[in-house]
Design a protein around this ligand. Sequence first.
Ligand SMILES: [Zn+2]
Length: 484
Amino acid sequence: MVNIKFFGAAQTVTGSCYLIESEIGNILIDCGMFQGKEIEYKNALPLQFDVKKINAVLLTHAHMDHSGMLPKLTKAGYKGKIYMTPPTSALATELLLDSAKIQEMKQNENKYSESMPLSLNSPIIYDTLDAINTIKLFNSCKFDEEISLGKDISFKFMRSGHILGAASISISILGKNILFSGDIGRVNQSIVIPFTKNMDDEKEYNCIIMESLYGGKIHPSKNEELAVFYDKINYTIKNYGNVIIPCFAVHRTQEIIEILHYGYINKLINKDVQIFLDSPLAQKATKIYTSFSSYLMKYNKIYKSSINYNDGVDIREENEKGGAVSNYENRFQFDVFKTINHSKQSLRLKNKKQSIIIAGSGMADGGRIVSHIANNIADHNSSILFVGFQAENTLGRALVEGSTKVFIKDKSYSVKANIHKFSSFSGHADNDELQQWLSMFNKSNNCKVVLTHSEVQNSTIFAKELKEKNIDVYIPTEGDSIII
Ligand SMILES: [Zn+2]
């Protein structure tokens, strides 16, 4: 008998953690952090399972809501392997060390982490040593390679296209085939290669556990939004203002750098601009994206004229007539793009004009971006461009909802800068792409599709669509379990 338990991301978006139990072994899929003011207390609760009975941990991707509680496992005595793809290993290493460092710092004062904003009264969950002990257990596996965990248990990572290294996981155990989607990316809208099914994967799945974040929603066109994005930048630069872009360190920052790179070399952006990336964590993530260039798209299809990244060969000349070109090595580098390391350098950006400043956090609820917003918010020539999700009770949410006055570090500011939110930069599949992903896989007659990682209203809409196709659908609650 095979049993699956849902410990997180059940009728909510964060805290992914699922346990497969069987008489021949127990496998944990993801061990993520709960994020958001109302549920982050759950991170400090005792684990709801016995770590000594876990035989292996599989990680879908590096985002903290999937990986952020792995050191808590190690701290509780887990000594087995943690399997993931090589880029996920590189990214998770940086994110877990950052998360541990900030937890240690906040014991004395209310500090901020780009990977994990924590409120002052959150207890410390793990420290740097716990993170290091966790990273030592990391075990990298290639996409599409079947890995045996013993007789009658094996697994395989397949591209899910969400961020660098992100995977869906196919698990075969006691003759049952189970598929975990992980987070599903967009199709031809991203710098990473989109989701694919291994051509020789003819398995019939008995259970498919899939994210449904944007069930019932269709993303707007990225091409149309890009034109608006460049317009907003040019208007601001022409008027001697600054463009402030709050941005998540992993993936969104790299996509925005590439969009700016494309705009600059194609003369879609004012040539007088200076661009600053003011985030050490995003710089580390960008280096990792560069070093795993074979996982990225060579031809970026989001632009009207394609941007070509030809491995090691500079074909700039050849493409003078058409799309912008670069090679992999300088994909995230161009002459007006500068990185900021030290906080003193960051403070000096206050005196800049005609600049684009990218910094974390993506929701402007902490980090270096807060000062940049404070410096520019009262200037009607400046712009603040939001390119990601803005949760409730954040400065970002207040601004995109049109607040005319906000408090930043206890000081009141009138909002005079231009505020704009872009919706098409999402790294998650929309309703049609979720359907497309699901349709790739063979399903057994009694296959159950389990919807997770979503607010219940969105998964309910998606469930209705699947039921109309006679698919057996289930939306679990936290603590639920199902028998396969
Ligand atoms: Zn994710």
